[in-house]
Design a protein around this ligand. Structure first.
Ligand code: PMP
Length: 427
């Protein structure tokens, strides 16, 4: 394909993709930037600007952009004319990736369903849980400010009126505040039809929110007591980002089902994985009669995607990226807290673990310039004021640093850089 310029891309975006979204891209000045290449920690624009990536595609770039080892593995795969789509035949690549994930995942999390996205992995997770629990216990407990995807099934447990209001949702669900074990206890004790609990281990779209230490241990005990299945969404927080492979490992417990996606394809391919306890999976799909109820989709377990994922996992361990995430994350949080102490009226809170960090600004709606107020009002009518879009745009304009905004709390900037970030990058 021939190279297009920024104006042409903008016009095509407006004509064929999402004209409404262009409005926001324009407000941030993103309609004038065309990224041509990406290497390691950086995006490189058509006009040669190097933009430091502390956004990381909402945790989709764990290994850095175009990691040479992942590129080489893909290249070898192509040079050897390996096969891609395995629907009819067994795939050695899918088998090898599933084995790796089963070995990494603790406990009996041994059965792997491979798809392409986080939403697909989470759909598979909820389906396995529902299959096992049956219709009488299929009510789902989820958390306020949750994000699990926008496909029709998981949309019901994604807590956003903006995303949900136009669609008919699964009614069989109940919501509790995130991290509130007493609310979970009350719900499970009073409603036997709740058979499934689904939560992100660290809320990403909610603004990098952690449950209190020990919450997952207590949740595990409650689920065991009431015969409820715990589905841990690790799509954003998993894959080593917090310094441990799964964020739930913080509390030394194991969920019944979990899901990974985003960077799982080595940041070069779309791979989502649902990993379930062996006995649950066997109960749901283990018999020939039930095996096809939720078997892989067209591109699930695709060769080059699996190769990318396997090499990504090798890089994660060989380069000690989890250790790096811990070290750089601690350093960033310490430095950000120093800034907060210096500017308490501006910075409200720094939170997170490893390289999944939320920087919350104070609400300054009263003093905000008109243009910004206007921009923010367009984003969300519930919102009173936010600095984060403004700060994000400034960082990009003046410092060539890209950060992420946050869906449900526009006062929060997310720092979710590739796990290869160095101390200089953090500085
Ligand atoms: N779960 C969580 C926690 C996520 O952050 C996301 C994506 N932001 C999803 C699920 C959905 O993933 P995808 O966009 O790949 O469908």
């Amino acid at each position: 394909a021939k190279q297009l310029d920024a104006a042409t891309v903008r016009d095509l975006f407006a004509a064929h993709i999402n004209p409404g979204q262009l409005h926001f891209l324009k407000l941030l000045g993103f309609d004038k930037i065309l990224v041509d290449r990406a290497e390691g920690m950086h995006y490189i624009t058509r006009d040669g600007r190097k933009i430091l990536d502390f956004f990381g595609g909402f945790c989709s770039v764990a290994f850095g952009h175009n990691h040479p080892r992942i590129i080489a593995a893909r290249q070898k795969f192509q040079d050897e004319n390996r096969h891609e789509i395995c629907m009819a035949f067994m795939s050695q690549y899918a088998a090898a990736l599933a084995k790796n994930l089963a070995e990494i995942a603790p406990g009996d999390l041994d059965m792997v369903f491979l798809g392409s996205t986080g939403s697909e992995a989470m759909e598979a997770a909820l389906k396995v849980a529902e299959q096992v629990q049956g219709p009488a216990r299929s009510k789902i407990l989820h958390a306020a400010n949750s994000f699990h995807g926008k496909t029709k099934g998981v949309l019901s447990v994604t807590d956003s009126t903006l995303y949900q209001s136009q669609f008919k949702l699964v009614e069989n669900r109940v919501k509790v505040p995130f991290g509130d074990i007493e609310a979970v206890r009350k719900a499970l004790e009073s409603d036997r039809s709740i058979g499934i609990v689904v939560m992100e281990t660290i809320q990403g779209g909610g603004g990098i929110v952690e449950a209190p230490l020990g919450f997952w241990r207590e949740l595990r005990a409650l689920c065991d007591k009431h015969d409820v299945l715990w589905v841990a969404d690790e799509v954003q927080c998993g894959l080593g980002r917090t310094g441990q492979f799964f964020a739930f490992e913080r509390d030394g417990v194991v969920p019944d089902v979990t899901a990974l996606a985003k960077a799982l394809g080595g940041s070069k391919a779309a791979v989502g994985a649902m990993i379930a306890r062996r006995d649950l999976y066997m109960k749901a799909y283990g018999k020939p009669k039930s095996a096809l109820i939720h078997a892989q989709a067209t591109f699930g377990g695709m060769g080059e995607a699996c190769i990318s994922a396997i090499e990504g996992l090798n890089v994660l361990y060989d380069e000690d990226l989890m250790g790096n995430a811990r070290r750089q994350g601690d350093y960033l949080i310490e430095r950000l807290n120093q800034l907060r102490a210096k500017h308490p009226s501006l910075l409200k809170e720094i939170r997170g673990r490893g390289l999944m960090i939320g920087v919350e600004f104070n609400d300054i709606s009263e003093t905000m310039p008109f243009g910004l107020k206007h921009m923010v009002a367009l984003l969300d009518d519930k919102l009173k004021g936010s600095l984060c879009g403004f700060v994000g745009a400034l960082l990009l304009k003046d410092y060539d640093v890209l950060v992420a905004f946050t869906e449900y709390n526009r006062n929060v900037i997310r720092l979710e850089p590739p796990l290869i970030a160095t101390r200089e990058d953090c500085d």
